[in-house]
Design a binder for this molecule. Structure first.
Ligand code: FAQ
Length: 331
């Protein structure tokens, strides 16, 4: 692999530049083969930088857009305690977005550019956030299933080969674990409540289950990025592998909830030692990615409004920074 990469060094470079590129590539290959970390100032192949930027910026956008389905319920939380918890959770998601935008910035992309791409509808964010949250039980299902899937996908990313990404993921995963527990607890309380409350919890699980499984991305044979991302130690497991682990976790937890998964084909395959699930509607997934999900337009519109509403904050912060710099210069 290393020799293939060396051959890809552009021939038009001067001999000095070529030598530097080759030394950089050799260093990069050694770090990856030792399962160690690449840091922002290290030489890295352009394709590695672009892959990271793609994944980290999409991830950051997901956290920010992902605030919307739950923020929608803050004013309708059933008690003051629930309201305080939900507000804290939504704020945590904003924090995750900020750590991730900062990690992406170390790859040479400005946050403004990333935000512009999101608002212009050019950037991806997780498919899951294009589904509506229509009852209070959805707060439970989002915490349990969506944060649960996020943890399953993101714990291995704590070992991602790019230092700033892996380190950001450590803190994010700790907070996501708390989020999952609070979602589980909402569902547990509803499930142990009246028949109507239990039904509301089951309905939420029924609606969020398949979209949560699709969060892991397309099946392995339809995942163009996985192979290279795994060779670079960015992703550690394939999309299907993680999806199967997630199903295995949920199948046990749902029993404690006294609810069921809306999938009668879940089973542990003794031969492959993997959990299997029923078919997923990948056409629906493609539609959501193409902008035709139930809430795509609404999510982007809300993001644009929030961006416009925040213009005065950005202007004030820039002005404050300018005045501080002026003071320092004068001192
Ligand atoms: N949604 O070749 P692959 C959260 C795209 S955070 C939309 O398999 P890759 C916390 C993919 O980008 C949730 N697009 O791609 C929270 C690629 O398109 P591109 C976000 C998707 O990168 C909870 C194309 O399909 N988590 O939930 C999706 O190797 C509650 C081909 O796919 C992360 O971002 C999808 N589900 O694997 C917040 C984790 N799946 O870019 C608020 C980090 C695939 O070539 C409330 N990311 N695509 O145009 C990853 O682990 C990976 O990027 C995957 C996709 C696994 C998502």
């Amino acid at each position: 692999m290393a020799s293939q990469n060396l051959q890809s060094v552009p021939p038009e470079l001067s001999p000095d530049e070529r030598e530097r590129e080759q030394a950089g590539q050799a260093y990069f290959d050694r770090i990856i083969s030792e399962d160690s970390r690449i840091e922002p100032r290290d030489w890295m192949p352009e394709a590695y930088r672009k892959t990271l930027l793609r994944q980290i910026s999409q991830h950051a956008h997901s956290e920010i857009i992902g605030m919307q389905p739950e923020a929608n319920w803050i004013t309708r939380a059933p008690s003051l305690k629930r309201k305080a918890i939900l507000m804290a959770k939504v704020q945590d998601e904003a924090g995750h977005g900020l750590y991730l935008y900062s990690a992406a910035e170390t790859l040479g992309q400005s946050r403004d550019k990333m935000m512009d791409d999101l608002i212009a509808g050019k950037a991806r964010y997780s498919s899951i956030f294009n589904y509506p949250a229509i009852s209070w039980a959805d707060m439970g299902a989002i915490g349990w299933l969506v944060d649960g899937a996020a943890i399953c996908n993101q714990v291995p990313l704590c070992r991602a080969s790019y230092g700033p990404y892996g380190r950001a993921m450590v803190r994010i995963c700790k907070e996501e674990s708390f989020h999952q527990r609070q979602g589980f607890e909402i569902l547990l309380e509803l499930s142990n409540g009246t028949e109507a409350q239990k039904q509301m919890a089951q309905d939420a699980v029924n609606r969020w289950y398949a979209p949560a499984l699709m969060m892991f991305g397309p099946p392995d044979d339809d995942s163009p990025n996985s192979k290279q991302s795994m060779a670079w130690n960015i992703k550690r497991f394939s999309n299907d592998e993680l999806r199967s682990r997630f199903v295995g976790m949920m199948v046990e937890q749902v029993k404690v909830l006294g609810l069921t998964l809306p999938d009668d084909q879940v089973r542990f395959n003794e031969e492959t030692k993997k959990w299997e699930h029923g078919p997923l509607d990948w056409n629906e997934f493609k539609d959501v990615l193409a902008g035709r999900g139930p809430c795509n337009a609404q999510r982007l519109e809300r993001r644009r409004e929030a961006h416009d509403d925040g213009a005065w904050v950005r202007e004030a912060a820039a002005e404050y920074a300018r005045k501080q710099a002026e003071k320092e210069y004068a001192a």
